[in-house]
Ligand binder design. Structure first.
Ligand code: FE
Length: 139
């Protein structure tokens, strides 16, 4: 995958303050405030920073956490993970594999068969309705 690497100043220009705080500064939106909590529209969730397809709506489930949750990404290369020990917790951070934007964390307590719960920030994603083009953001 061809990476999208932009300067901090360029990200700040392109993203809303809320998107920037999560995607570029590893922030977390408050539970139950995100626009995709409870959403069941068919389609694809893409990175709000670069348009990279991340999750199909079919993998979304109600976790009860207040954040949009998914069992698995669209493919093995859609997201990247890394260990995150901030705030005194051992967590696995999930990043967009194309722009390295922070998306959320993944936990091993999801439903079968994957048992994974990708706990995402709504503001880090856009929903592309089924049938509409998945356009990548270019430099
Ligand atoms: Fe991205």
């Amino acid at each position: 995958m061809k990476k999208l690497a932009l300067s901090d100043a360029e990200w700040k220009k392109r993203l809303s303050p809320e998107e920037y705080a999560v995607l570029r500064k590893h922030g977390t939106e408050r539970a139950w405030t995100g626009c995709f909590v409870g959403s069941h529209e068919p389609g694809t969730y893409v990175c709000a920073g670069c348009g990279n397809p991340l999750f199909e709506a079919g993998s979304k489930f109600e976790s009860g956490t207040g954040w949009p949750s998914f069992t698995e990404p669209v493919g093995p290369d859609a997201v990247a993970t890394r260990e995150d020990t901030s705030y005194g917790m051992a967590r696995t951070e999930v990043l967009c594999a194309r722009c390295d934007g922070h998306l959320g964390h993944v936990f091993p307590d999801g439903p079968p068969p994957t048992r994974t719960r990708y706990c995402m920030n709504s503001v880090a994603m856009r929903h592309v309705p089924k049938g509409e083009p998945l356009d990548l953001v270019e430099e």
